[in-house]
Ligand binder design. Structure first.
Ligand SMILES: Cc1cc2nc3c(=O)[nH]c(=O)nc-3n(C[C@H](O)[C@H](O)[C@H](O)COP(=O)(O)O)c2cc1C
Length: 276
């Protein structure tokens, strides 16, 4: 079951999708974390972030809309409070990072690369729920190149570029990320969406995840796999059980990440590993 994606070793090809599994430790009572192929953390930024005002999470038909806005306590807090415990868990650790500008991405990567126990950095250039950084960069090939090459220079860990589906041609962005030094691609982040809040004259705009986006995820993974036959891909977007996972491998993913399904059944990731 073990695989090697560029410089990232995983004991099996299954991880969790950033932001749907906290920093891993929150799930320790329910999930034997050492059984995961890797733990992927929620996005960490250089400074603490409060996130967006409510409402920021709503279940919709076949999915979830979220507009969390990258709430987190900042990289120093992560290093002091999570990293020491995460290091003790005998599996790989992927730390997802973001910034409001290129310097912030570089700073977080540099700070993290000074610590042991991190297996890879996932660069979030795809969150649709913030005004600065993230998807603003990930929608534009030139800016994608700038962010990824900046992070590449700031740290020597294997780099995963996390791509947004909210673009005209994802293969152009994928190529830009790889040319700039990404070793691995992860895809997809959430699909931009607006949903009416039942019983209120209000809507929530954010990112759609879950089964509703699986066809989009599979289509885009296939497109990138066709254009870039050798790049390792971590596939995600609506994987709710073992059968979905197998479809992602058929479309060209080398590994998979389980996201929204964790909210339905936190143990599903273990069931998927067992089934594979
Ligand atoms: C509540 C929630 C929070 C998320 N937070 C992050 C995040 O902090 N960083 C990130 O890169 N992706 C984040 N995502 C996107 C997921 O990692 C994943 O790319 C997306 O949800 C598609 O997979 P899924 O359909 O299996 O959930 C979040 C998704 C959800 C539902």
């Amino acid at each position: 079951m073990g695989i090697r994606l560029a410089g990232l070793e995983m004991k099996n090809p299954v991880t969790v999708a950033s932001g749907t599994f906290g920093f891993g430790l929150e799930f320790a009572e329910l999930v034997p974390l050492e059984k995961l192929g890797a733990i992927t953390t929620k996005t960490v930024t250089i400074k603490p972030r409060k996130g967006n005002p409510q409402p920021r999470l709503m279940e919709v038909e076949n999915g979830l809309v979220n507009s969390i806005g990258l709430q987190n306590n900042g990289v120093e807090y992560f290093i002091e409070n999570y990293l020491p415990k995460l290091k003790e868990i005998k599996t790989s650790l992927i730390v997802n990072i973001a910034g409001e500008n290129i310097e912030e991405y570089e700073q977080v990567a540099r700070v993290l690369s000074g610590h042991s126990g991190i297996s890879a950095i996932e660069v979030n250039i795809s969150c649709p729920n913030v005004k600065k950084g993230c998807m603003v960069f990930g929608k534009d090939p030139a800016m994608t190149k700038e962010v990824i090459s900046g992070v590449r220079k700031a740290c020597r860990l294997p780099l995963i570029a996390k791509l947004t589906p909210n673009v005209e041609d994802i293969t152009v962005i994928a190529k830009a990320a790889v040319e700039a030094g990404a070793d691995i691609l992860s895809m997809i982040n959430t699909v931009q969406h607006t949903a009416a809040i039942p019983g209120k004259k209000q809507t929530i705009t954010g990112g759609l995840s879950g089964p509703a986006i699986k066809p989009t995820a599979l289509k885009l993974i296939k497109q990138v796999r066709t254009k870039l036959p050798d790049i390792p891909i971590i596939g995600m977007g609506g994987i709710m059980g073992p059968d979905d996972a197998k479809e992602f491998f058929s479309a060209g993913a080398n590994a998979i990440a389980v996201g929204t399904a964790n909210f339905v059944n936190p143990k599903i990731v273990i069931e998927i590993i067992k089934s594979l």
